[in-house]
Structure formats: structure tokens, C-alpha cells
Write a protein that binds this ligand. Structure first.
Ligand code: CA
Ligand code: ZN
Length: 305
């Protein structure tokens, strides 16, 4: 199995990314990811104030998929996320929901094993691995991996996890997928500005949808029982509106429902949730039960592997 090493990183999604590997649809690969600090924090004595911010939020890759052309959908099945043995959390004065209450930065090391993370000596929680940063090459301008755009990027959505399928609209030949910023756990909101930041080994299967019947501008996530749109914007309201607009367009296109019917359906069974509120661009998502597609096993698009 092809393994992409964590030395092969990019700090931005851009139109001119050069692939570090090329794979065929159906190929399964392993991707090593750094933590979001690129390993610069090594102990609780290492503070965020000493970190080189030009080396934060790396994404491993990009990987090109053979045959991916602009207008196709790149399909990413996240098969497994194996976590490192310790994660880091930080507080930063002036950042996050409580930034005004901190006078100095702090760092916390969190031991992680196969099933749980040890938040402190008396509190441990089941791991909930997720990928914070994942995206494809942008069409026009370069976007740092710490930011969000229509190509994906730093979405920080807890639904991007083992068993998720993601669809990305391809902007550039090969699609050019890169990912990083794995968390051993993160609450919706990511309120202090980080999850349990950790290096990881992610196993993915890559596929394509050629000439999709409907092209979502932004990433769409499929879970076993639901499908999800993720919106972003300078406020939580704007992020929510974008996720809602994306979802109603998707439902109308996939089911042929009238707009009023689809709107009521969203209001009846769609869950609007917060992804993160701590970056300049906030992210929110809408989760819809997969059964609204008429068949709970149906995928939104038929992928070629
Ligand atoms: Ca993140
Ligand atoms: Zn992170």
C-alpha cells in the first residue's frame, strides 16, 4: 500500500500544487499527518508563543487521482484513523471563546491510547478521531491550510471521521487532495481554538464521480445514516445560511422535491450544527437523514473505484 510520508506537506491549497504521488481510482493509501503544530510542541514547557506560525497547519500531500478532471467529484472514503500516543492542547491569550480571560499561554499534553484520551489524571474519554483539514487544489487563489474555502480546508467538522465518505468538486487536474490537523477528540465549536491535536496515520480509498448529475460547489460528507453540507462565513449566521442553502439545493436536486416541501423537510428532520467558532471564517453544517434519498443505503453519487 502506498504511504505518503509526513515530510510531504503543503501549508496552502492553491491552483499550482504539485502532486507528491498519483493514484488510480480504487486505490487505498495511507497518509501520515503531523499535528497542527508540525510537531513544534514537545512538552508542556513549550508554549504557543514560541511556535513558528509559518509552520502551522500542514496538510500532507497533495495526492493526484488519475483521470480526475475539473467538474468531476473526487470521492474520499476515510477507512481508518490511527492516532499517535499523545495529543496537545493550548490556550492563547486573545484567541478563542475565552481568550480575554487568559494572561499567558498554556500547553497541555494528553496521553492517548487505542480507545481513550486521558484529559487529566482523573478524567478520560473515548477517542473520537476526526480530520480538521482536508481539501483539494483551489481554482484561482492560494488559501492557507488554516483557513476554509469552497475547496474544503480547515473545516473542523467532527463528522469527518472513520467511515465518512467525502465528495470534493475537482478544480484542477488530478484533484490534488491533502489532509492534516487530526484530532483525538473535539467538541463542536472547538471553543478554546484547538481539539486534542495529534499526529496520525489515515487510511483512505480514493475514487471519482465522472460527470456528476449535480455538482456541489463545496464538500459534502456522507455517513452511514446521514449526509452533510458544511458552510463557512465571517459569522456563524452566514456559515449556517450557506450550509442550509447547499443542503436545500442538494435535496431538491437529488429528490426532485418542490422547494417548499424540501424546506419543510429540512426544518422537520435536518440538524443545523456548529463546527467551529474560533477562526475568522466560522463553519457550520447541516445533517440530513440518508433516508430522505428514498433508500437509506443509497449514496448521493455513484462512485467509480
Ligand atoms: Ca483545525
Ligand atoms: Zn486542529
Amino acid at each position: 500500500m502506498l504511504r505518503i510520508r509526513r515530510e510531504k506537506i503543503t501549508y496552502r491549497f492553491s491552483p499550482d500544487l504539485k502532486p507528491v504521488a498519483e493514484v488510480s481510482p480504487g486505490e487505498i493509501i495511507e497518509v501520515e499527518t503531523h499535528d497542527c503544530f508540525t510537531g513544534q510542541l514537545k512538552s508542556e514547557e513549550d508554549l504557543i508563543s514560541e511556535v513558528d506560525f509559518s509552520r502551522v497547519n500542514p496538510a500532507t500531500g497533495p495526492v493526484a487521482v488519475k483521470g480526475a478532471r475539473p467538474g468531476d467529484l473526487l470521492v474520499v472514503d476515510i477507512e481508518n484513523i490511527a492516532l499517535g500516543d499523545r495529543g496537545f492542547m493550548v490556550t492563547i491569550p486573545g484567541e478563542g471563546a475565552f481568550g480575554s480571560r487568559f494572561s499567558s499561554p498554556t500547553t497541555k499534553v494528553i496521553p492517548v491510547d487505542k480507545t481513550k484520551f486521558q484529559f487529566n489524571p482523573s478524567l478520560s474519554f473515548p477517542i473520537r478521531p476526526m480530520i480538521g483539514v482536508i481539501g483539494v487544489a483551489t481554482e484561482k487563489k492560494a488559501v492557507p491550510c488554516g483557513e476554509i474555502g469552497d475547496h474544503g480546508g480547515n473545516m473542523d467538522a467532527t463528522v469527518i471521521t472513520e467511515g465518512s465518505r467525502l465528495y470534493f468538486l475537482v478544480r484542477k487536474e488530478g484533484g490534488l487532495l491533502a489532509l492534516g490537523d487530526v484530532h483525538a477528540g473535539m467538541g463542536d465549536g472547538e471553543v478554546v481554538i484547538c481539539g486534542v491535536e495529534i499526529p496520525a496515520l489515515v487510511r483512505l480509498k480514493l475514487g471519482l464521480v465522472k460527470a456528476p448529475d449535480y455538482k456541489p460547489l463545496r464538500p459534502v460528507v456522507e455517513l452511514k445514516d446521514s449526509f452533510i453540507t458544511i458552510g463557512h462565513g465571517p459569522s456563524l449566521d452566514k456559515a449556517a445560511q450557506q450550509a442550509l442553502d447547499d443542503m436545500i439545493d442538494l435535496v431538491v436536486n437529488k429528490t426532485g422535491m418542490e422547494i417548499a416541501e424540501a424546506a419543510m423537510l429540512l426544518s422537520a428532520v435536518g440538524d443545523l450544527k456548529v463546527c467551529q467558532i474560533v477562526d475568522p471564517q466560522k463553519t457550520a453544517r447541516v445533517e440530513m437523514p440518508r433516508i430522505v434519498l428514498g433508500d437509506s443505503n443509497a449514496s448521493l453519487w455513484k462512485a467509480k473505484f
